[in-house]
Design a protein. Structure first.
Lengths: 465, 459
């Protein structure tokens, strides 16, 4: 690999390639049936994150706030938090309130677990789940994973193991990380085809992409029911997506799958988000092993159709250069997919700083592309753009969320939108990334982006490929 | 399904005109904890007002979130530099929180000023800065002395009040610039346009009107804004203030310090735009040619847009509109503008209205109109359904409420790309309302389709 340039030549972050921790938690809480997120902090945090998520999902996203005032900051947020919980419970009758902290409540040192314990950890049948998400640590991805782990922890206490192992219903737990609605739906469909019950946590695919309504729904339908989360400890296996998450877990960081492994000895297999043929093969092989069932024929067909499409399009993508960015786990999997079709991810960048990004990429990518790649963590868009502009050959593609748009426009390089957030297009939540079908979608989109650029740059405007 | 209930503590902020309850709006309060207010925070108020100043550095001092969520967020256009469309943050980490962020702030500032050569720098303090006790003022003084450009702290810690307090902090920062101009001499026939943010190019429309009237626009605060222009503001003879909530504080300070009077106007709708221009012309009555030119301008502009408005009115007459906006002043204009195209207002609310604002609103509205202060999604949904609205006017957070219920939507927020100000803005507004209200898709949406075919609405 080329020698790493210093990733942090400036002190200020310019056009961040990350969001703050509570945003991830608020999104994860949306994936639990009848749950309402509540941010313990200023009103602005909740409102900004709502706006940010609404702009991607184009759906109502309600996030409550404990709405700090100056007095709250001085005397502590306990009373505000209690009032907020009571009001959310009254107005929404939720099954759960997911309470995420913010930089403000963390810094003044509010002891949220104690406040909640004082309320009996629930209020009129509404469970209160806390996750600590100070925005000055980690990114939205950390908040997301921590919220999922907090929910699993809360509803699967070590002493509450149900004393039987179901024989027929061999349920698998799936912790997919932050993926699109279309991805979640595709995963659920795969499990259905395998005739294997699966608990996906979180599952916001219905809540954040529902039908038109007859009546207003204070809380949209959908999400993983708490009654199902409570049975995660009797599953036969847990699957956890995310290459960096896996390395973090190896280092001893608590993950949802890890908690179930430690407490209930449920085996947990961790793998990168299955993007591309190789990663999807691995996913299906694991699924086949775990369920003892062969991979259904339709997926074999999907796979070979995909490989055939790779063949048809091979010369348009081979040796093309792409700049990619986003969450660490997303970039690692995207890079894996690109390298199998011959696109070189010349810049792999992330706003995350787990310190494991390079290692995860090395594990995923063939050594043959290593020396053609720059790997940068803790990056912002200004630095990504500087490095992209400094490449010896201009990149053919930029792939990532819509926050790379300004950079792509200035560099005059096509932007293929993938990941989160997609603020400047419709259908961001319907982008399919995973499985053979997701790879097919990404492949077609990428080839067509390259063709479109060639066509628009051409002086004659040819009408065949 | 059971009907949506309203929280007890919120009942004094919701009234139906002509209803049984006496009208006594309880407003200008902190949002109720847990009520999912549509409001943002102090920081948001400061950020939106200063945002359009395109040649200034806007550095957000705090953890990354506040900067991430406000990157390129406003549709405020610039005719030149576009530094305002960048998002700069000190991105405080845990160690900064423990040991203080002053050093990092100073380094970031020095570095960014060196890299971008801005004409001034605004440093926004976020929640955490107020807690860890960074002396931001001292850092600003130090960097100002070293770089020679104005480096101005904006005390916008999110929890220290409401969005309105953020407006005030922004005005203080603007006044800091204004006061730097030595011995300002008033220019004849000159004004400042205050509270106009050039969303979709609106400032340019308004400026063109004033130029046609023979009025000299000294500065626009802050649409298509420049530091040097803001600094000159005290050389104007009149402040013409739009968007009453956000910059009246600055107008008051300028009146006190320099004796520059101000008037409050709106450039939304034919009626209010004409009124604004006439009142400015009236102010300069010593130059009678101004009034002559104004009359001619308004006549021509109105003539140009009326036929289009009459056309859409045929389809829109009698349709019901709901509106929920930031400042109540915008609601007044919207009600008049909706009347122009034949629509009835059934719900009107604002995030930050005062009791005087709500009294005006009550007088403007017909019986049966619901008036709301600092509403939340559930309340808005409840009343747009009860009042069977055909159109909702609001921002990003209101849009999905309308759409999920099969109601047309007009974006009147700062993200929009279409100018809605002035006479041509009224034409755009009417077109946008017409497009959404008359879309054939409402026949497919269950709630509306059943209603239209008399099959009941699912209750």
């Amino acid at each position: 690999m080329t020698k790493e340039r210093p990733s942090k030549p400036y002190t200020a972050t310019q056009n961040a390639c990350k969001m703050c921790t509570p945003l991830g938690a608020a999104l994860a809480f949306h994936g639990i049936e009848r749950s309402v997120p509540l941010l313990h902090g200023s009103q602005g945090c909740a409102t900004y994150m709502r706006r940010y998520l609404i702009s991607h999902f184009k759906e109502p996203v309600d996030i409550a706030s404990s709405n700090f005032s100056e007095e709250t900051a001085v005397f502590g947020g306990g009373a505000n938090l209690k009032q907020a919980i009571e009001n959310v419970a009254r107005q929404y009758s939720p099954s759960m309130i997911g309470i995420a902290t913010t930089c403000l409540s963390e810094t003044i040192g509010d002891d949220v677990p104690m406040i909640l314990a004082g309320m009996g950890a629930s209020i009129k049948g509404t469970s209160l789940v806390h996750v600590s998400t100070p925005s000055y640590t980690g990114t939205h991805m950390d908040g997301f994973h921590q919220a999922v782990a907090a929910v699993v922890d809360r509803f699967n206490p070590a002493d509450k193991r149900i004393g039987y192992k179901p024989k027929k219903k061999k349920t698998v737990n799936l912790f997919p990380g932050m993926i699109s609605n279309a991805d979640i739906r595709h995963l659920k469909e795969i499990f259905e085809t395998f005739h294997t019950p699966c608990t996906v946590l979180p599952d916001y695919s219905e809540r954040l992409e529902g039908p038109s309504w007859q009546e207003y729904q204070p809380i949209q339908e959908g999400g993983t029911p708490i009654s199902v989360i409570e049975k995660m400890n009797v599953a036969v296996h847990s699957l956890e997506f995310g290459a960096v998450l896996a390395l973090n877990a190896d280092k001893g960081v608590d993950t949802a799958g890890g908690i179930l492994k430690d407490r209930f000895d449920i085996p947990c297999t961790r793998m990168p988000i299955p993007m591309g043929v190789k990663a999807t093969d691995r996913f299906f092989e694991t699924l086949s092993e775990v369920t003892g069932k062969p991979v259904p024929e339709r997926y074999q067909k999907e796979k070979w159709r995909l490989v055939d499409a790779y063949v048809d399009g091979n010369k348009y993508v081979s040796q093309k250069k792409a700049v990619i960015y986003g969450e660490e786990d997303f970039v690692v999997s995207l890079a894996g997919f690109l390298s199998e079709i011959g696109i070189i991810p010349v810049i792999c960048a992330t706003g995350g700083k787990s310190g494991l990004f390079r290692q995860a990429l090395e594990q995923t990518l063939p050594e043959t592309v290593w020396d053609q790649m720059q790997i940068h963590d803790n990056m912002d868009f200004t630095r990504i753009e500087e490095r992209a502009a400094a490449l010896p050959d201009p990149p053919d593609l930029i792939i990532g969320n819509s926050k790379g748009y300004a950079m792509a426009r200035r560099l005059n390089v096509p932007l293929v939108r993938a990941g989160f957030p997609i603020h400047d297009r419709v259908g961001g939540s319907r982008i399919l990334h995973i499985g053979y079908k997701g790879a097919q979608n990404l492949f077609d989109t990428i080839v067509n982006a390259i063709l479109e650029k060639r066509q628009s740059d051409s002086s004659v405007g040819y009408s065949y490929m | 399904m059971k009907s949506i209930s309203v929280l007890k503590d919120r009942k004094k902020q919701i009234f139906e005109k002509g209803g049984s309850e006496p009208f006594d709006m309880s407003c200008e309060k902190k949002s109720l904890a847990g009520a999912v207010s549509q409001r943002a925070c102090v920081f948001c108020g400061s950020r939106v007002v200063l945002y359009p100043i395109a040649d200034a550095l806007h550095l957000i001092h705090g953890p990354i979130g506040c900067a991430s969520y406000t990157w390129d967020i406003r549709g405020a256009l610039s005719s030149g530099p576009e530094l305002h469309r960048m998002s700069f943050s000190t991105d405080l980490s845990e160690t900064d929180v423990i040991y203080g962020g002053e050093k990092k702030l100073k380094m970031a500032l020095t570095e960014l000023i060196d890299q971008y050569s801005p004409k001034a720098a605004f440093i926004y303090c976020t929640c955490i800065v107020g807690i860890i006790g960074d002396d931001v003022d001292a850092v600003c003084r130090e960097v100002e002395a070293a770089t020679g450009i104005p480096v101005i702290p904006v005390h916008s810690e999110g929890f220290k009040g409401t969005k309105k307090d953020g407006y005030k902090a922004a005005c203080d920062a603007l006044f800091n610039l204004v006061r730097r101009y030595p011995n300002p001499e008033p220019k004849p026939l000159s004004i400042n346009i205050l509270g106009e943010f050039n969303i979709g190019g609106e400032t340019w429309i308004i400026k063109r009107y004033y130029e046609a009237m023979g009025i000299n626009v000294v500065s626009v605060i802050t649409g298509d804004g420049r530091v040097e222009e803001v600094t000159r503001a005290a050389t104007a003879t009149l402040n013409v203030v739009q968007c009453s909530g956000s910059v009246t504080h600055l107008a008051k300070m300028m009146e006190e310090e320099y004796g520059i009077p101000y008037i409050r106007v709106s450039y939304f709708g034919i009626e209010d735009t004409s009124d604004a221009l006439y009142r400015v012309a009236e102010f300069f009555k010593d130059a009678p040619e101004v009034m002559e030119k104004t009359r001619e301008l308004i006549l021509n502009e109105v003539k140009a847009v009326i036929p289009g408005l009459e056309t859409v009115k045929k389809d829109l007459a009698g349709k019901r509109a709901a509106l929920y906006v930031g400042g109540a002043f915008k609601a007044f204009s919207l009600i008049k503008a909706l009347k122009t195209i034949g629509m009835d207002v059934v719900l009107a609310g604002s995030q930050t209205g005062t009791s005087e604002d709500y009294a005006i609103l009550r007088d403007m509205c017909a019986d049966g109109t619901v008036i709301l202060d600092d509403a939340n999604p559930l309340e808005l949904a409840k009343y747009v359904m009860e009042k069977n609205a055909d159109l909702f006017i609001g921002g990003v957070k209101e849009r999905p409420i309308a759409y999920k219920l099969g109601i047309g939507f007009c974006d009147h927020n700062h993200e929009r790309k279409i100018p809605l100000a002035g006479f041509e803005g009224m034409a755009n507004f009417a077109r946008e309302v017409h497009e959404t209200v008359t879309s054939p898709i409402w026949d497919l949406v269950p709630r509306r389709a059943n209603k239209n075919t008399g099959k009941g609405n699912g209750k």
